[in-house]
Write a protein that binds this ligand. Structure first.
Ligand SMILES: [Zn+2]
Length: 845
């Protein structure tokens, strides 16, 4: 009797699962209570057992390739997506990708998030892309501080030795046989790319050298010799060069997925949505490269750049990067791919019974079993592949779920493990385990799982009182707690005397019992006009407990000038938006004494238990004063692009402002606005602005001031193919020059110009404490009607004079600026506010 007590028959699986889920919310009833009725039902049930043919083909193909190829890239979306896709989908290579950074210094084409918040999104995008490529992503977690022009600049931030240490550790852990990369030490591109290329070359040798980073050589980490390093050959290649060259054809068709490989890779690339817009179709992509939608993408070529001493030579006319590599003879024999009558398993995907038979027999004969002398890690991933193929063919599946969407310290979370046998053969369950919080424990389960039945087991874990929160995610990009805690379950199953394991895992964020999910604005910026407005924040508070929480929400400053508290009763799992206002305005400290130019204070938002007084969570918010004055009676219209920086900055300045759309402009009634501001990349974010641009210029001619923030050159320069005329009243042509050093000296070309003097006298101090960079896509040519006001350049380069251009047009004024004011406004840099105040006040008194 005992053997079936945890087992039930599979009927209408989804209904049962929902039923179970509901019952377990109400009370943790052990699963065997359901067994009786279900197991009595006829065994004719169940087994749809349909195996996804693509997944099966991949699983079988994977059994034949014991090599690991690593793609190294500086940023998400730099990976060689097409090659990774071909290596896995055509050759079954174990593919991993290693990224130096999370790409948090880049731009965001789809949302307001920048910096660490962007890094979190890009990590997710990379995982989604990797799932399509069939590769595993890994990150070194070096900081992406924005565009840099040289490897040396990158190493100044990263620390050369620290960056190398991390890369060596990943090579020793992941043990790639071959490295491929897009980055070359000789390419004159992004400094992160050049630095990553240098690290690869150094790590190639250092990972194999026991005297380098010897402290890493423990807990199963050993030295590792990569055999080959290939660097992508750039355009204009010497086509006759063939020795040491491997080419891949992106236009080749994947017969299994019935798609061109480049199409699969494009689908992966599109996951990097923040870096878009990407081509929507393969035709659009080929048109970009070849000028015609029917054209072809060029061959992808790699040059063999480094080989290990004694590495197997690349054969002439190699098909792929691991061609010719050999494992030691004993390992090759043990890892011999099972076949059916000497034919590849992939020839039998329509005969799953024969395949299952063949794999069961191979496992019984000890296929893929290693001895101590072997490369155990290689055997481990090959065995995991073998297990996966067997599980797929057997119809045995394991799933893990939790009713709790998050983990709260000192609370118990319950997990449900479902082991199902959708196949034709009875299975024995030797062991079921659950791992979490660094501990793996057995879970009680049925020991027999007849065909067409499933068993459900429950287990629970208490989240340690000392568990580190993993939210907000942006604060955990580098500390190893990104995306919270992983939980895994594993079952050892036996069918017809062959054993295999099935595993699955899920992740959950660790959160405070009551979380401040959002606090806006941060930083809080105040100016002379807003000094008497009380400090106020728009908050979102989430109660993560399934019961009511009585909390006190407080704003406090270290000097106790601000000390406001609000008692709240939050319902079970309630999320609430509210405005929390302090009992004082920020201007208190400025009276009677002159403020330092950049004076950053802080207030703390905190959540406390109303009765316990214990602090549940706390969030510091910088409070910044910017001495930015404005022209009188100003009304500003603004056209935001990707975030709310403009809106918040105008509010902090205390100017009356309104969001303007293209249709407002079309209607033509802009007289109410003294100034209109177009946010960075505004013509890209709102292409419809191009059609109404003439009306915007009329508005300037009739006395308005138009301020246009930076655009990329390909989003701005006249382009008949995109129906884009010159957008400025007098020509401005953008180039691709940048000033990446945010501390680069700024020279005043026209120190007396009103733009630099009214209402705020701009000085060098206004260019202190900038973030990220000075500007990008600087104009390379501009009409003589413009005056150029500021010059700046990166160390050792020629000055760029076009960062701030102003012209009179009719009775109005036009300003184009490629400097990154939006980053300074967002970061609360006082000088940014002062100059922005001058721009919107230009032409007004
Ligand atoms: Zn990059």
């Amino acid at each position: 009797m005992k053997k079936n007590r945890f087992t039930k028959t599979i009927t209408g699986r989804s209904t049962i699962s929902i039923l179970l889920a509901l019952l377990f919310v109400a009370a943790p009833i052990p699963s065997f209570h359901f067994r009786g009725t279900r197991a009595q039902e006829a065994l004719s049930i169940a087994t749809t057992g349909r195996i996804d043919p693509v997944e099966l083909h991949q699983a079988l193909l994977d059994l034949g390739n014991p090599f690991t190829v690593m793609c190294v890239a500086a940023h998400p979306d730099d990976e060689d997506g097409t090659t990774l896709t071909i290596l896995r989908h055509k050759y079954g290579v174990h593919t991993v990708s290693l990224f130096s950074t999370y790409g948090e210094g880049g731009q965001n084409a789809v949302g307001p998030e920048l910096y660490e918040e962007l890094g979190v999104i890009r990590a997710r995008e990379t995982m989604a892309a990797a799932a399509i490529q069939g590769s595993e992503p890994h990150f070194l977690g070096l900081k992406d501080f924005g565009y840099s022009k040289s490897a040396d600049e990158a190493f100044k931030f990263w620390g050369h030795d620290e960056a190398l240490r991390r890369m060596v550790l990943e090579l020793r852990r992941l043990r790639p046989d071959v490295i491929i990369t897009n980055h070359s030490v000789t390419n004159n591109d992004h400094g992160h790319h050049q630095a990553t290329a240098r690290l690869e070359l150094e790590a190639f040798d250092a990972a194999a050298d026991p005297t380098r980073f010897p402290e890493q050589l423990k807990d199963g980490v050993n030295t590792w010799q990569v055999q080959r390093l290939f660097v992508r050959a750039r355009s204009n290649p010497n086509q006759t060069e063939t020795s040491g060259i491997v080419t891949f054809d992106p236009m080749e068709r994947d017969p299994v997925r019935d798609q061109i490989f480049a199409e699969e890779a494009l689908h992966a690339l599109q996951q990097h949505a923040t870096q878009g817009p990407w081509p929507r179709t393969l035709a659009e992509m080929t048109a970009r490269f070849s000028g015609s939608a029917e054209g072809k993408l060029p061959l992808i070529r790699y040059r063999l750049t480094r080989e290990a001493k004694g590495a197997a030579p690349l054969p002439p006319d190699p098909k792929t990067v691991q061609d010719g590599l050999r494992l030691p003879e004993a390992e090759t024999a043990k890892l011999a791919t099972p076949t059916i009558g000497g034919k590849a398993l992939t020839d039998f995907t329509d005969q799953t019974d024969r395949l299952f038979e063949a794999l069961i027999e191979a496992r019984k004969k000890g296929a893929f079993s290693a001895s101590d002398a072997d490369d155990l890690q290689r055997f481990r991933f090959m065995n995991a592949r073998f297990d996966h193929a067997l599980a797929l063919l057997s119809g045995v599946t394991l799933s893990l779920s939790s009713n709790d969407s998050v983990l709260v310290p000192n609370r118990t979370n319950s997990f449900t493990i479902n082991l199902a046998n959708n196949g034709h053969h009875p299975a024995r369950v030797h062991r079921l385990t659950f791992a979490g919080w660094g501990e793996e424990r057995p879970v009680q389960t049925a020991d027999q799982l007849p065909a067409g039945t499933e068993t459900t087991a429950n287990t629970s874990r208490i989240t340690p009182r000392s568990a580190t929160f993993s939210v907000p995610e942006s604060e955990h990009l580098y500390d190893g707690h990104l995306f919270g805690e992983r939980f895994a379950s594993s079952a050892m199953v036996e069918i017809r005397d062959a054993r295999f394991s099935v595993t699955t895992e899920i992740g959950r964020e660790v959160v405070p019992a009551v979380e401040i999910k959002n606090a806006d604005p941060s930083p809080f910026v105040w100016t002379p006009r807003t000094r008497n407005r009380p400090l106020a924040f728009q908050l979102q508070i989430a109660n993560h407990l399934p019961e009511q929480s009585a909390i006190t929400l407080a704003i406090a400053s270290p000097d106790r000038h601000f000390n406001s508290a609000l008692n709240l009763n939050l319902g079970p799992n309630e999320k609430r938006d509210l405005l929390l206002e302090a009992n004082a305005a920020p201007g208190y400290a400025s009276s009677g004494r002159r403020r330092a130019h950049r004076n950053t204070d802080q207030v703390f938002l905190s959540v406390q238990g109303t009765s316990s007084k214990a602090i549940i969570t706390q969030r510091p918010i910088p409070v910044v004063y910017a001495d930015a004055r404005l022209a009188r009676d100003l009304r500003v219209g603004f056209i935001p692009s990707f975030d709310t920086t403009l809106e918040k900055a105008l509010a902090a300045l205390g100017v009356e402002s309104t969001k303007v759309t293209a249709s407002d402009i079309q209607k033509g009634d802009l007289k109410n606005y003294g100034t209109i501001v177009i946010d960075n990349r505004g013509y890209e974010a709102h292409p419809e602005l191009i059609e109404v641009n003439a009306k915007l210029l009329d508005y300037v001619r009739d006395g308005g001031t138009l301020v246009v923030f930076y655009h990329k050159s390909n989003e701005w320069n006249p382009d008949p193919r995109r129906n884009r005329p010159q957008l400025a009243p007098y020509p401005i042509v953008l180039g691709n020059e940048r000033v990446t050093d945010e501390n680069a000296p700024v020279k005043f070309l026209r120190p007396r110009d009103p733009l630099l003097n009214f209402p705020n006298r701009i000085t060098e101090a206004d260019f202190k404490d900038w973030v990220q960079e000075r500007g990008l896509y600087y104009p390379k040519e501009w009409d003589e009607h413009y005056v150029a006001l500021l010059a700046t350049n990166d160390p050792g380069e020629q000055p760029l004079n076009g960062g701030l251009l102003a012209a009179s047009y009719g009775t109005g004024h036009y300003i184009y600026t490629s400097m990154v004011w939006y980053r300074q406004l967002r970061a609360g840099v006082p000088g940014g506010y002062r100059m922005f105040a001058n721009m919107i006040s230009y032409g007004h008194r």
